[in-house]
Design a protein around this ligand. Structure first.
Ligand code: NAD
Ligand code: LMR
Length: 337
């Protein structure tokens, strides 16, 4: 085993689908690299306790060289203690007959409570990635309720959408996905997100030139990426798990170890400073580069009117979600009548 001291990685909702996919990826080094030992902290809720124990047993049975320990618990404070990275996957799924507000109210309450546990126990400098939906707004609620964690340390996952856009361009052009660079996901991890190819390149040439079909890029391509989550649910009867887990590893790896030296960028949901006219005070997906464990929004990209309208629409949705989330929290603070 490497001599580096182990890093503690929290995965909430670890007994669920994404949890089952991501824990082995982390234990194999896909998140922090092949020389970094890890201790997995897995959190789930009481009804999933037995399944969580089963995941722990399998992780031990796999004898991963980088895995220096496993904590499996249903106690949020125990789970958050000393963690360097927190991947927040746990949440309440939408059930038949539930309104958007019902799901939002369950999830924001979870993220408020877990913010407190993280604030109390996480290691200084802990990096937080929220995966559970509504990912941007859960991340915002976590940020609002963990004031001692710097806002720049709290992010949400839009890398899956980014990778989906890369995958579509690679399939369409017949060029390997590693040659597709600088696609951007703007805004919310929802069907209003704007997958933007205006700065993307394929094998070093402008994506629009290589694809040679603006009607496709401005229509079907955008819709396929926006609706990919729903298409996976339709095909599998379950929401995306291996691609979500893999993209979450990409997000943290690039954040911690840096984006490529060629200056190419990736998409991350981060606390908005109002760049590109995005609303301030929400978690909005931007193009970023990362160096020395810090992300920076890529500045100076030209934005045409069509793009600006799409970026505004997804920003407006985030402002609405924020208002709804705050309303849910205010109602829960008043308690049942
Ligand atoms: P899942 O239902 O299989 O697993 C969720 C797990 O969370 C369950 O084991 C559940 O017991 C646990 N859980 C519930 N409340 C909890 C709490 N308070 N604390 C800790 N754990 C708790 O779901 P999944 O397929 O793994 O998906 C997880 C979430 O990720 C969902 O919200 C899904 O919509 C979202 N998702 C986001 C993206 C993205 O790109 N951002 C992609 C795919 C899925
Ligand atoms: C996805 O993009 O695959 C998920 O966010 C879909 C979902 O609703 O869980």
């Amino acid at each position: 085993m490497s001599k580096a001291p182990p890093k503690r990685i929290l995965v909430t909702g670890a007994a669920g689908q994404i949890g089952y996919a991501i824990c082995p990826m982390i234990a194999r080094g896909a998140m922090l690299g092949p020389d970094q030992p890890v201790i997995l902290h897995m959190l789930d809720i009481e009804p999933a306790k037995q399944a969580l124990e089963g995941v722990k047993m399998e992780l031990i049975d796999a004898a991963y060289p980088l895995l220096a320990g496993v904590v499996a618990t249903t106690d949020a404070e125990e789970a958050c203690k000393g963690v360097d990275v927190a991947v927040m996957v746990g949440g309440f799924p939408r059930k038949a007959g539930m309104e958007r507000k019902d799901v939002m109210s369950k999830n924001v309450a979870i993220y408020k409570a877990q913010a407190a546990a993280l604030e109390k126990g996480a290691a200084a400098g802990c990096k937080v990635l929220v995966v559970a939906n509504p990912a941007n707004t859960n991340a915002l609620i976590l940020k609002e309720n963990a004031p001692s964690i710097p806002a720049e340390n709290i992010t949400c996952l839009t890398r899956l959408d980014h990778n989906r856009a890369v995958g579509q361009l690679a399939e369409r052009s017949g060029v390997h996905n590693t040659k597709v660079k600088n696609v951007i996901i703007w805004g919310n991890h929802s069907s209003t997100q704007y997958p933007d190819v205006n700065h993307a390149t394929i094998d070093g040439k402008p994506a629009r030139e290589v694809i040679g079909n603006d009607e496709y890029l401005d229509g079907e391509f955008i819709q396929v990426v926006q609706q990919r989550g729903a298409a996976i649910i339709k095909a599998r009867g379950l929401s995306s798990a291996l691609s979500a887990a893999s993209s979450a590893c990409d997000h943290i790896r690039d954040w911690v170890l840096g984006t490529p030296a060629d200056g190419s960028y990736v998409s991350m949901g981060v606390y908005s400073d109002g760049s590109y006219g995005a609303p301030k005070g929400v978690i909005y997906s931007f193009p970023v580069t990362c160096k020395d464990g810090k992300w920076t929004i890529v500045q100076g990209l030209s934005i045409d009117d069509k793009s600006a309208a799409k970026m505004k629409a997804t920003g407006d949705e985030l402002v609405e979600e924020k208002a709804l989330a705050l309303e849910c929290l205010a109602e829960s603070a008043l308690g049942p009548n």
